[in-house]
Design a protein around this ligand. Sequence first.
Ligand SMILES: [Zn+2]
Ligand SMILES: [Zn+2]
Length: 283
Amino acid sequence: MFFATLASGSSGNAILVGARGRGFLIDAGLPAARVLESLRRVGCGPEELEGIFVTHEHVDHIRGVGVLARACGLPVYATAGVWAAMAGAVGALPAACRMVLTDDTFALAGMNLTLVRTSHDSVESYGLLARDGELTLGVATDTGVITPDMRAKLRGCDALIIEANHDGDMLWRGRYPRFLKKRVAGEFGHLSNTQAGEALRDWIGENTQKVVLAHLSAENNTPALALKTVVEMLRGHPVRQKCAQLKIRVAPRHEPHELIVLGEERGSNTDGQRVRAAGAAGP
Ligand SMILES: [Zn+2]
Ligand SMILES: [Zn+2]
């Protein structure tokens, strides 16, 4: 199983997730050309993609969805509520590209996916649990609180992409207008570094190898501060001491990080490109 954030934050979000040369995107909030360029940089061609899952209708998550789906013939997966909210922005799509999710679980690119309810000021919003055999990747950004669904489904994942949007002090002392500060810090806003740290204290298990802190605010956070806050909160954690392999990193705002590979990634495309790309990037 492999994954990479292609961009992360209020200027655009997209995450590549895949296994054995098959993959999909979680959101496409960048212009389609930038999504394709970012995919190329992590060694993935658009022919490897089998769909786009959309978490919610905010523009930083859907900006490139319509163009990308039409250009690459990709099916777009979203709940009926998200479809209703984003239909105008995404534009016309062939019926075969409109996949309306009616269950919490669905299959895409050979993986089993489960919706995870988040708490956000959109019509609906979701994180995702991706399972490939024994391996699991949990993804949750754009949520004001840790929901019961997140707590139930994201414990003990092999890898986690979790929002660490803001530092509380920077937000409240910063220059945002008060209504915006309240929105960001509120129940339907975004997770702070401390909330991310608390969630990770609860969720990491002995098998957890990789954590990516995502959707950082450019105004109210820094990558170094997010990382320091979370690492310090996990220091002395009983599980943390046992899982020496755990690596925590921050998702870059405008570019992909190198592909992260979980377990053996033996399978490949017909030309074996995935194996070479994964091997070159390494965990
Ligand atoms: Zn967002
Ligand atoms: Zn949002």
